[in-house]
Design a protein around this ligand. Structure first.
Ligand code: UT7
Length: 335
């Protein structure tokens, strides 16, 4: 029986400065702005030209620590959700720990693609609730441009680079914080969305490079169908489990792979679009970074209020999917 609740006490994000627009992609592959906007909702995305995923994570964590006005030496655990680690090993969490000078912290990477942040958030909350840690950093960061094939129009229009972070701390207020979660995976979906090369199954060879196996592969149509159902179902499920009606939910924070998937999820939850955080137009699909990036942007804009019910929801490679219910407890920045 837990005696303390995990709650989000700070948020932060980092996006690189370089913007890749639809117009620029038109020059690289056979596509057009109208198709991309109407089929996906994306207008532009950010590209990290120099550096690695750890730099996106560090940028997000440092802005978060500055908002919370604490030093990195106070952090107990760092969990990095990513599918684009700097290297296979050491873990990106170790690289981040060193770069930010979190001398007391240990940490690990977590791979669950677009659901990575939700998996990591739930994992991090367990350390808080069990009493084994007081300050857990959960960061979602992905340099998707490092595994994107810019000659493949099916995928290169979709992805961007970003990092987003939250700090989890204990609270004795059981009515707020991370209240509930539902997480799922179904490995039978692996063949529709993956990166085949580079791992122990297909170690890197000239052949894996020639066959473009070190890039994202996606059967978009197949993934779309299950993503719509998966994200809508799990979002409705978490509402039902917690007896929430649409008017009780202040915000849906959806993973943003495609605006049509987000719309279907909001419809299923009975939510007006004004209650849905949407930034896919500016950033595309930033994989593990999307959800904390939204939270951070909306908090910075002064749009979050203590006591609001917020549903985080995602679907991604694996397949992995899930939803987390939060009662927001972080003071409004402008309040
Ligand atoms: O990251 C988390 C999990 N991922 C997702 O949730 C993504 C799910 N899938 C999707 O979002 C959508 O399936 C895509 C955005 C990837 C594709 O949209 P779609 O409406 O499913 O298009 P489609 O793949 O059915 O392609 C329709 C047509 C095809 O042409 P034909 O065969 O009808 O002549 C494609 O070749 O659009 C063509 N097409 C393009 N045309 C212009 C595909 N990509 C492009 C492009 N520009 N970039």
């Amino acid at each position: 029986m837990t005696t303390r609740r995990a709650t989000i006490t700070a948020v932060g994000h980092y996006v690189p400065g370089k913007v890749l627009t639809n117009a620029e992609l038109e020059k690289m592959v056979d596509t057009n702005d109208e198709w991309i906007r109407t089929r996906t909702g994306i207008s532009e995305r950010r590209i990290l030209e120099q550096g690695a995923t750890s730099d996106l994570a560090v940028g997000a964590i440092e802005s978060m620590l500055a908002h919370r006005k604490i030093e990195a030496t106070e952090i107990d655990i760092i969990i990095v959700a990513t599918v684009t680690p700097d290297m296979f090993f050491p873990a990106t969490a170790c690289v981040v720990q060193d770069k930010i000078g979190a001398s007391k912290a240990w940490g690990f990477d977590l791979s669950a693609a677009c659901s990575g942040f939700l998996y990591a958030l739930v994992a991090g909350a367990q350390f808080i609730e069990s009493g084994t840690a007081n300050k857990v950093v959960v960061v979602g960061a992905d340099k998707m441009s490092s595994i994107t094939d810019y000659s493949d129009r099916n995928t290169c229009i979709l992805f961007g680079d970003a990092g987003g972070a939250v700090l989890l701390e204990p609270s004795d207020d059981f009515s707020s914080g991370i209240l509930d979660h539902r997480l799922y995976c179904d490995g039978s979906g692996g063949s529709y969305l993956h990166m085949k090369g580079g791992g122990s199954l297909n170690p890197p060879t000239h052949e894996t490079v020639d066959k473009r196996m070190h890039y994202i592969f996606q059967d978009g149509k197949a993934v779309f169908k299950v993503a719509v159902k998966g994200m809508a179902d799990v979002s409705a499920e978490i509402m039902e489990r917690n007896n929430l009606k649409s008017e009780d939910v202040s915000w849906l924070v959806p993973h943003q792979a495609n605006l049509r998937i987000v719309d279907a999820t909001a419809d299923r939850m009975g939510l007006d679009r004004s209650k849905v955080m949407i930034n896919i137009d500016k950033y595309g699909n930033t994989t593990a970074a999307t959800i904390p990036l939204c939270l951070s942007e909306w908090w910075l804009a002064g749009k979050l209020r203590q006591g609001q019910n917020i549903v985080l929801s995602s679907f991604g490679a694996g397949y992995t999917w899930g939803a987390v219910l939060i009662k927001w407890s972080l003071e409004n920045r402008k309040g």
